[in-house]
Design a protein around this ligand. Structure first.
Ligand code: ADP
Ligand code: MG
Length: 287
């Protein structure tokens, strides 16, 4: 039978906006050694704004139109920001092919032209040279019919409570705090430095995030747990693989919420600290 105290603990956690799928996970939160965070949408708001446009061989209007059309079917935060910057209604009959390439970007056919939009890796894959840009934002490149067409800079912000969450986790005895991201190494290092996370790995594909978590699981201490916290955009496999998968519930995808063991309703990384605190208190009641 399940001790009643666990239900009390789960109830307390849910009042704090934390949904825990069963008493086992609440107990497990008492033995966390490592917390691995995804960056975009988890430690950063994932609300991007187009802050710079550098078209080549076309004007800004045309550049933004290709970009917005190619991104219009994607739910990625980067895509949303580009479509918002365009401010016009999308005529979806002009898009005749569409493919999302995880961790890279989008390949779409717009007005019969092949449009590639995404990071440097996507351009390199298509054997295209792209501009080297020094910026703290995320650089998104565009190519039309195999010709490089310039880049735009998209900026995201660190969440208000992210730094406090990292500090608090350390106070709660978490030994190691890691950040994984598909984003460029320059942006990743800047965020990691500001938040004081211990380790950062950038430019990762979803599969490589799983590999990193597996490596961490392989080296953990006996009876200790590894937590992965993600917003769910391409994160479902990692959420499932970690000892305790924590999803941001507000912006998280259904797949992520399904794969997760703990859901943070407020999309606030500090809620994880509250869940750990709740686990400690529940323990104090029980034993
Ligand atoms: P994170 O690991 O930080 O949560 P993602 O894995 O979702 O980020 O994305 C990694 C990178 O892949 C982005 O920073 C961007 O360069 C590129 N990318 C992913 N999806 C898109 C998209 N729809 N449009 C443009 N670029 C994208
Ligand atoms: Mg993410």
């Amino acid at each position: 039978s399940i001790p009643l105290g666990f239900f009390a603990g789960l109830g307390g956690a849910s009042k704090q906006g934390v949904l825990i799928k069963g008493g086992n996970y609440l107990e497990a939160l008492n033995h966390v050694e490592t917390v691995v965070f995804d960056k975009t949408g988890t430690l950063t708001a994932g609300v991007f704004k187009v802050t710079q446009m550098n078209p080549m061989g076309m004007d800004e209007t045309q550049f933004l139109e290709f970009a917005a059309y190619a991104e219009s079917q994607s739910t990625h935060p980067i895509a949303t920001s580009i479509v918002e910057a365009y401010r016009q209604v999308i005529d979806s009959t002009r898009i005749t092919a569409y493919e999302e390439i995880a961790g890279h970007g989008i390949k779409a056919t717009v007005d019969g032209k092949q449009v590639l939009i995404g990071n440097k890796k996507l351009m390199t894959q298509a054997h295209l040279e792209s501009e080297e840009v020094e910026t703290i934002g995320t650089v998104i490149h565009l190519a039309v019919n195999g010709v490089y067409a310039g880049y735009m800079v998209i900026s995201d912000e660190i969440k208000e409570n992210a730094k406090m969450a990292v500090t608090k986790l350390k106070q709660q005895g978490i030994k190691r705090i890691v950040m994984l991201t598909g984003d460029h190494v320059g942006v990743a290092n800047k965020v990691a430095e500001e938040l004081l996370v211990d380790e950062v790995y950038a430019e990762l594909l979803p599969d490589q995030k799983v590999e990193h978590v597996e490596a961490i699981l392989g080296h953990k201490s006996k009876d200790k747990h590894v937590v992965f916290v993600g917003d769910g955009m391409n994160d479902a496999p990692v959420l499932a693989r970690a000892d305790i998968g924590v999803a941001m519930g507000g912006i998280g995808s259904d797949a992520a919420i399904e794969a997760a063991d703990v859901v943070l309703m407020e999309d606030d990384p500090l809620a994880l600290c509250k869940a750990i605190e709740q686990a400690k208190q529940t323990r104090a009641i029980l034993y």
